[in-house]
Design a protein around this ligand. Sequence first.
Ligand code: ZN
Length: 298
Amino acid sequence: MLLAILPLLLLAQSEPTNAIAPGVWMREGDLKSYGHCNNAIIEMKDYLLVVDANFPSGAKAMQTEIPALSKKPIRYVILTHHHGDHAYGNALWTRAGVTTVGHKALVQEMQRYEPKRWQEESGKRDDVKAIAASTLEPPKELFDKSPRVFEDSTRRVEVWNFGWGHTKGDAYIWLPKEGILIAGDAIVNGPYNYTGDSHLANWIKILSKVEKQWKPTKIIPGHGKSGGAEMLRSQIEFFEAMQKSVATQVKAGATKDSLKSPDLPANLKPWAGDGIKAQLTNFFEEATTSKPAGSRIP
Ligand SMILES: [Zn+2]
């Protein structure tokens, strides 16, 4: 009995679920051990919304854990974008009778990057391999016009796409009454930015617009701890510092290989991690070609 319970306890410890507001939870994915993203669980009057499908192992864990939060049925999984840690669990949600929802451009992104990435992950991850499919399952319900709204007498949830930022199919989930923003990897809390599929200049503009227009007070990031308005400010300032530094270096004749990380103020240092070299390269590509970093794949 103890042996059977122990792995669950360990899993619960490394991937805690915390209430952000009444009926809104964040499940903090363990990126290092499992490659998982963060998820949000939102309680409506008669059902639950989940944000992001996670990898299959994360989807399975959530399907086990969520009934302890609320007995209401999970009706929708809203996808923030097409990346594996956010969307590769899709098929498991469909099998559980849940409708996966994504922006139309998410499917276009899948067509650009898949089935290559799915097949690579299948070779590395047993949970992806166990789905026994040749590629990622596209979301079952697509929306084109923003916002796609979920609303009842208890809550309003808006799902917006603002064009090409982190990816072309980014969804920003906004709870106006609660001031909560869930933005997938468009906002991360710490050294988790991935810029390889992005339009960096546009991404910064979108985040600045979101900050001004909504003034979110609580943010559930794609990776890292939950936080407030300061997280969004730091994400914007980190990107602006990178963009500015690369522009200055390019003007001084820097090449891709000679690029140096900017001297960041203390509050932005947590955003600089192992990925910073790749991020600098992506900023360099945009600065020197005037094309989005993610446009190298047609
Ligand atoms: Zn991502």
